[in-house]
Design a protein around this ligand. Structure first.
Ligand code: ARG
Length: 576
């Protein structure tokens, strides 16, 4: 049930009947304060201005034409021409009953789109570090949300699996193999293997020459180099998959569409851009000059798509990649979750994509940028020694901290359950602390806050869920088999039910904006309203239809919190 869009339709119709042109937005929003009703139509004034009439008079006409049926108990004009709408209790209760009985919480699957989501995208032969964490977590929450709404989603893990660094990596792998070293051990610490390869490359001229030769051979598709390259890719993927599985991220090896996938397209792209007059030769390189971007001297900026030595660039790959996604998956929308420092890179690639008409304007290419994860000192998150934090180490520390916390809270619980709760809470805490922040800003990584049981945190939300679940555990009633119906008899009940019915609006806003923090805020507000309801309206001590109604409200709350957290990739516990 999407109250907002239903009201938008009805108010728009009334505006047209009152003389506004077809398609004038009604701009219905949730009201900020109860005295303004549950929803407020803000578009009336703008429409009146457009057609040159007095806003309040026009608002009266809209009100006269407005048919809200049994949805609302009243609607009234406020201020210079707002319309405040007060929803009807019976109607709300009935919609909530429908949501409770529906596996999909009354949310219709609709306007199915093909959506490609580019996220995670770590690099081969490098550990995933905290920088990849945000992309992985935010992207996965958005993917789950889009699928819940019925869209066909393609997960695209744009693995960094190509580039000149593979020459030295292959040469180093060869060296270890020729010495009969235990390769799985050497590659077990892939970051160290990378550092070692780099050191050899810098210090040993013969090694460097071999490495350079291997780059060229790999690019030509040489079987020997390809086999070694595949080994490196495979090891990296296995290590990443462990992180994904631990974090309950839905990516699998089949979602990998690495940079190398586009290799074969690159020469054709450059030829085509030259033929279209978009790329020109400049000092031996192939360059696209973009009027949209100026350099320091105010001249159009040159974006290199092929170097003098024939090599292609990260930008060339992203041009091919956008084209591929449109053609291969018939994408209606492509969402990229990449940190904000790559914004200019993407804008340049896509400007070229549009000029070359590889992707029509009707298909949206969206950069969902995010800021950095900072330490408590406000500087980029680093280990004490100043290195990048390995994701696996971060997750280990989250578990250790959660274990101590849970043991302290539940000293009598058996160890196995404690451990299970601690793992669930730890992963939830890492994810939720990221998801609950406005994506575009940098944020401070703070263990104490993310593991706190108060505030907009994972432990608070998970605990809120167990509180609702405990009502059913105590009552002995099966929350999936409740008969009766909801009746709104108290203002706290109304507030709770209205919020429950706004779940669909929260889901849709996450899908639209690619901002999971909107779901976190929604769930946090919902949990708060449940607490107030729980205090003011006894459930198990009430009787008859009131008790049954309140149990149903609690059941719908549990179902909504569980589903909302699931869309964020966060598990719930029946007790903790
Ligand atoms: N591998 C890149 C990095 O670690 C991110 C790739 C993002 N996706 C893309 N289509 N460029 O920075």
């Amino acid at each position: 049930m999407n109250i907002q869009s239903l009201l938008n339709e009805k108010v728009s119709a009334a505006m047209v009947a009152a003389g506004a042109p077809e398609g004038t937005p009604a701009a219905v929003r949730q009201s900020a304060k109860p005295q303004f009703g549950d929803y407020q139509a803000n578009g009336v004034m703008g429409a009146a201005k457009k057609i040159g009439t007095n806003p309040r008079e026009f608002a009266q006409k809209v009100l006269d034409a407005l048919d809200l049926g049994d949805m609302a108990s009243r609607a009234e004009i406020a201020g210079p021409g707002f319309i405040n709408i007060f929803l009807n209790d019976q109607w709300l209760a009935k919609q909530a009953d429908i949501a409770l009985s529906d596996a999909h919480l009354g949310i219709e699957k609709q306007d199915k789109q093909n959506i490609v989501v580019d996220y995670s995208a770590p690099n081969v032969a490098k550990e995933m570090h905290v920088g990849h964490l945000r992309s992985t977590i935010i992207g996965d929450a958005v993917v789950r949300t889009l699928e819940f709404l019925g869209h066909k989603v393609t997960r695209a893990n744009h693995l960094g699996d190509w580039g000149t660094q593979f020459g030295m990596l292959i040469a180093n792998l060869e060296l270890h193999e020729s010495r009969g070293d235990d390769i799985s051990m050497e590659l077990g610490d892939i970051e160290n293997f990378y550092r070692e390869s780099k050191a050899r490359y810098d210090e040993d001229e013969a090694f460097a020459a071999t490495a350079r030769d291997y780059v060229v051979r790999l690019q030509r598709g040489d079987a020997y180099c390809k086999e070694k390259w595949e080994k490196l890719v495979k090891v990296t993927l296995e290590q990443n998959q462990q992180n994904y599985d631990r974090l309950n991220v839905s990516l699998t090896p089949k979602d990998v569409m690495g940079e190398s996938l586009y290799n074969d397209m690159l020469p054709g792209i450059v030829e085509d851009l030259k033929a279209k007059g978009i790329a020109v030769e400049d000092d031996g390189a192939q360059v696209v000059f973009l009027d949209e971007y100026k350099n320091k001297d105010g001249e159009p900026m040159g974006v290199i798509i092929q170097k003098r030595d024939g090599g292609f660039l990260y930008t060339t790959t992203d041009i091919a990649c956008a084209k591929y996604r449109y053609e291969q998956f018939n994408a209606d929308r492509v969402m990229y979750f990449i940190d904000s420092r790559q914004h200019q890179h993407l804008m340049q690639a896509w400007t070229i994509v549009r000029k070359a008409e590889y992707v029509p304007e009707t298909v949206s290419l969206e950069h969902h940028a995010f800021g950095m994860m900072l330490g408590k000192d406000g500087k980029p998150f680093k280990t004490r020694a100043g290195g990048t934090v390995r994701l696996a180490d971060l997750l280990d520390e989250a578990e250790t901290r959660a274990k101590a916390l849970i043991a302290e809270k539940n000293p009598d619980m058996d160890a196995a359950e404690q451990a299970n709760i601690a793992t669930t809470v730890a992963m939830a805490a890492v994810k939720y602390s990221d998801l609950s922040k406005h994506r575009t800003t940098d944020y401070i990584f703070d263990w104490d806050h993310m593991l706190a049981f108060e505030g907009n945190t994972a432990p608070y939300m998970q605990y809120a869920y167990t509180r609702v679940a405990s009502v059913f555990a105590k009552s002995g009633v099966d929350r999936d088999a409740l008969d009766g119906e909801m009746i709104i008899e108290h203002e706290k009940e109304k507030a709770l039910v209205a919020k429950l019915l706004q779940f669909e609006e929260a889901v849709k806003s996450v899908a639209r904006e690619g901002q999971p923090h909107l779901m976190c805020s929604y769930l946090f507000e919902l949990a708060g309203l449940f607490s107030s309801f729980y205090e003011a309206c006894p459930i198990l001590l009430s009787e008859g239809h009131t008790r049954q109604s309140r149990l149903r409200m609690a059941a719908l709350t549990a179902k909504t919190i569980k589903q909302g957290l699931a869309l964020l990739g966060i598990n719930t516990l029946e007790r903790m």
